[in-house]
Write a protein that binds this ligand. Structure first.
Ligand code: HEC
Length: 126
């Protein structure tokens, strides 16, 4: 077994998640469940500002400065997204959700908004 330190940390994490899912077939189902939960919660609670598809263009977005984040162009780190969902963004319309949503729900939302990232093609390979 050779060392695989040369792989980027993200790849190693993905590998570990995959290996764990092999020994725990329920994990994939749970991950899909969390993705569905994140999507449904986002549509119900976040879309008014961030838009149903997360492009930052919800019906309430026009009046807001700074504008709601477009998650297709910006992928917050897990830490940043978690912190924002706990505490909101001071000085912006983004409210805290600690009291409204459970930790599981907020985790599902962190995963969901990060999954939307889809930068324009020409940025690839930079
Ligand atoms: C009332 C409008 C509003 C609602 C509702 C709202 N947001 Fe926001 N959100 C904002 C604004 C405005 C910002 C941008 C703050 C900035 O650019 O500094 C923001 C920023 C964020 C960020 C930080 C992005 C980054 O990288 O800095 C995350 C994550 C986020 N929102 C997730 C959510 C989720 C998940 C929900 C639903 C639970 C939600 N928001 C509901 C207005 C809203």
């Amino acid at each position: 077994m050779p060392p695989w330190r040369q792989l980027p940390t993200e790849d190693l994490r993905a590998l570990i998640a995959y290996i764990q899912s092999l020994s725990d077939p329920g994990a994939t189902a749970r991950m899909q469940e969390a993705a569905g939960l994140g999507k449904a919660l986002f549509a119900a609670t976040c879309a008014s500002c961030h838009g149903v598809t997360g492009e930052g263009n919800g019906p309430a977005a026009g009046a807001l400065a700074p504008a709601p984040t477009n998650f297709h162009l910006k992928k917050p780190t897990e830490e940043r997204a978690w912190d924002v969902l706990e505490n909101g963004v001071p000085g912006a319309a983004m409210p805290p959700w600690r009291d409204q949503l459970s930790a599981d729900e907020r985790h599902a939302l962190v995963e969901f908004v990060r999954s939307l990232y889809d930068p324009p093609q020409e940025k690839e390979g930079q």
